[in-house]
Ligand binder design. Structure first.
Ligand code: ADP
Ligand code: MG
Length: 450
């Protein structure tokens, strides 16, 4: 293989991985040779090599093969210090300046599309958005940490990247680091293995703003938690801003040490609620604006966006994916985007989000949540610690399924519909002034709808 082939593949990658990924990860790679089907590259750091292998390896291999090279494996080796070309890796989101030392604080690349401008604000996310905005102003630290949580695809990562982008722009003096909890662990393990714990500690403790995404990942991973806790404390003590995200509230993360939970709860905890119809429609409209440039001349019939916003209520990622596919398909076949086209082209997505929640599923989840047996849930006993979960399950069955009261009664061990009605009413009343019940309901609903 020649450098030319690699050049062609690089150009291809630039189009497929996006500019910021390209600059951060692909550009610094240097092709050093192809031997026995193994394509060798030199990279500035081990971390980079591993990252590229994991995230872009398959793609690179595929493209090389498409370019006519029989490549079955990639290898990344750290370039020796004498390599003439300076490493160009910019540990996003540190400022564009060259890294000061050989091992800049590792951060994950930022998605250039995830900005505040492209974030649509609605009722379900307005608090999270406001808090993120505040932190992005880079003023005095007012709450530490900012803890953002919510279900999959509701915009946690988007908001964190938006904060990083804004800080990067307005406060280039700050050392802002964004990474996932998984990457944090990965770095930590690597430092242990390479006996570079001191470096690791120093690096992380020299940041001004630390963002750790999907922190639920470190639950159950004891030594990583330990280190995270120390890093966290060291930064808080120095009054450095920390921003954390997770898929649930700190208290709900199983196998997370209590001392970490309580520290996480010390700052501002805000959640991103599931999207509502207006927000989904707003997001779709914004996307369409972008697509209008990309697919000039494409006609979108009235009502299609409303239809999608109604029918795809899972997460924003799915919603965006649906729209992307729809536009690509319509432009490919040169047709107007109508309701029929949408139904055809998105049949699988529409079917999947049609998923019906069953009473059995509700009973099972509720029993698990309250730690009672399923047989007790539908059995005759009326002691409070069984009757209450049963009423919760009845309430959720009424709310989340289309079953009638008599039908629900039948599934709960043949109870009368008036019993169900009473149970539903009881929970309706309770949730207004019993915050524990309200929280239980929210959690159960969220997990059932996930
Ligand atoms: P999470 O990290 O919570 O799982 P992401 O931040 O990755 O979710 O969001 C998933 C996708 O949905 C991204 O493409 C993101 O840009 C988009 N998205 C989520 N919420 C919004 C919003 N309010 N406005 C615009 N795009 C959004
Ligand atoms: Mg995320």
């Amino acid at each position: 293989m020649t450098n030319d082939t690699w050049g062609t593949v690089r150009n291809e990658l630039q189009r497929t991985v996006g500019q910021s990924n390209f600059t951060n990860w692909i550009e610094p790679l240097e092709f050093s040779g192809l031997n026995n089907g193994i394509a060798e590259f030199s990279v500035p750091t081990n971390f980079m090599g591993n990252w590229v292998a994991r995230n872009f390896g398959d793609q690179i291999k595929h493209l090389l093969n498409e370019a006519g090279e029989a490549v079955h494996r990639l290898e990344f080796a750290v370039a020796s210090k004498s390599t003439p070309r300076a490493p160009q890796v910019k540990p996003a989101p540190t400022p564009a300046a060259e890294p000061v030392n050989d091992s800049p604080v590792p951060g994950a690349p930022l998605d250039s599309r995830f900005t505040f401008d492209s974030f649509v604000v609605g009722k379900p996310n307005e608090l999270a958005h406001a808090a993120a905005k505040r932190v992005a102003e880079g003023g005095p630290v007012s709450f530490n940490p900012l803890f953002l949580y919510g279900g999959v695809g509701l915009g946690k990562t988007h908001l964190m990247h938006a904060i990083a982008h804004e800080l990067q722009q307005d406060r280039p003096d700050l050392n802002v680091v964004y990474l996932s909890a998984e990457q944090f662990m990965y770095r930590f393990v690597q430092a242990l293995r390479e006996r570079k714990m001191m470096d690791f500690k120093e690096l992380f403790r020299s940041v001004d703003v630390l963002m750790v995404d999907d922190v639920q990942f470190i639950a159950g991973k004891d030594s990583t938690q330990e280190e995270f806790f120390h890093t966290f404390n060291a930064l808080v003590d120095q009054n450095k801003q920390i921003i954390i995200s997770a898929d649930r509230a700190p208290g709900e993360i199983k196998d997370l040490e209590d001392r970490i939970k309580s520290r996480l709860q010390c700052g501002l905890v805000v959640d991103l609620h599931p999207t509502d119809y207006e927000l989904r429609l707003g997001i779709l409209q914004q996307k369409v604006e972008q697509y209008r440039q990309q697919y000039a001349g494409l006609v979108l019939a009235d009502g299609v966006l409303e239809f999608l916003a109604h029918r795809i209520s899972t997460n924003v990622r799915v919603l965006e994916g649906a729209l992307t596919r729809l536009f690509a398909f319509a432009s490919l076949v040169g047709r107007e985007i109508t309701m029929e086209l949408a139904q055809d082209c998105l049949a699988d997505i529409l079917r999947a989000s049609d998923r019906k929640i069953t009473i059995e599923e509700i009973q099972r989840r509720v029993s698990e949540h309250y730690n009672i047996r399923l047989s007790e849930m539908i059995g005759p006993r009326r002691v409070r610690n069984i009757a209450r979960p049963r009423q919760v399950a009845m309430f959720l069955s009424k709310q989340l399924t289309s079953r009638s009261l008599p039908e629900i009664g039948r599934r709960f061990g043949g109870r009368d519909h008036t019993t169900v009605m009473h149970g539903v009413k009881r929970i309706e009343d309770l949730q207004l002034h019993d915050s524990q019940i309200a929280e239980d309901l929210e959690l159960l609903r969220r997990s059932l709808e996930a």
